[in-house]
Design a protein around this ligand. Structure first.
Ligand code: ATR
Length: 279
């Protein structure tokens, strides 16, 4: 019987996950279909009950359900539990198990560009859900020095306190981060500032960026944010959010099917789609 997979969120209409996963199912000859469902917050528990009744094989979870889904699952993997958010659920012999592939997808994307991470001095901009997944995963991977800067520094302090994995971390105001930017090898932008349609915004000035720095922005719409454009102008290497999106999807696909999918194929599929929708 055809297996069914899904992504749930709200809004969800513009998700590129169905396109990416259905292409992979077809490519690898797997008899399965992946469908997006818009689920309101108050309907989440009923939806999960329905998925159980249908014996759905797995699903992705996106905004606003990544935290609320946890209490509806049978078990959650340790990294996802410490992050406090799940983006991938697998039906393992009738039990729904939660994973978080956002942080590990991001780290895989970073490693595809940089050989060595552990000794690098990292600055994360932001302290929301995405920053949390990335900080926890980098600390879990043994990156020694990860500073955080956020508009609301107390949120960054809480994030560091709640992380069960050790990293040396200073909390900086946005102004302090701008002044001290030359100290960082890797800068990771995780806020929504710069996302279309407000693509002229950027969260801090790169005046003091060093030329050898690597600047990454988890936004992929636009493909090059104002922050990345300025980083590139200063000679820095840059990476947009496409690889994080593709890698988190690839890790989910592997959890569900045990197949390591072709990253280039996935990237091309997503770029093709974005090319068609971005003006
Ligand atoms: P996500 O789960 O996508 O990371 P989030 O949890 O809402 O989203 O977090 C958004 C992040 O963007 C936060 O770090 C937020 O800063 P605050 O903690 O001070 O709210 C940051 N952010 C959002 N709008 C911002 C703005 N106008 N200027 C600076 N930072 C902003």
């Amino acid at each position: 019987m055809k297996k069914l997979y899904a992504v749930i969120g709200n809004p969800i209409a513009h998700s590129m996950s169905p396109l990416m996963h259905n292409d992979l199912f077809q490519h690898y000859g797997i008899d399965a279909h992946y469908q997006a469902f818009a689920i309101k917050e108050e309907d989440l528990a009923e939806a999960v009950k329905g998925f159980r009744a249908m014996n759905m094989s797995g699903f992705n979870v996106t905004v606003p359900h990544k935290v609320a889904i946890i209490s509806l699952l049978d078990d959650v993997d340790p990294l996802a539990r410490s992050i406090g958010a799940v983006n991938t659920v697998a039906n393992e012999n009738g039990r729904l198990i939660g994973y978080n592939t956002d942080g590990s997808g991001y780290v895989k994307a970073l490693k595809s560009e940089l050989q060595e991470l552990k000794e690098k001095k990292v600055l994360i901009i932001g302290a929301g859900g995405a920053a949390r997944a990335i900080y926890f995963t980098l600390a879990f991977e043994g990156v020694a020095h990860i500073d955080l800067t956020n508009r609301t520094p107390t949120k960054a302090e809480r994030l560091v306190e709640e992380c069960p994995y050790h990293a040396k971390s200073n909390i900086l105001s946005l102004n302090e981060a701008e002044e001290q930017l030359a100290a960082y090898d890797i800068i990771i932008q995780t806020t929504s500032l710069g996302m279309s349609p407000n693509s002229e915004c950027k969260v801090l000035s790169l005046h003091n960026l060093k030329e050898s720095a690597f600047v990454s922005d988890i936004i992929y719409n636009p493909l090059e944010t104002e922050l990345l454009r300025q980083a590139r102008d200063k000679g820095a290497k840059t990476q947009n959010g496409i690889q994080m999106f593709v890698q988190q999807g690839a890790l989910a696909f592997e959890i569900w099917t045990n197949v390591k999918p072709d990253i280039n194929r996935m990237t091309n599929k997503v770029l093709q789609q974005l090319g068609g929708t971005i003006c």
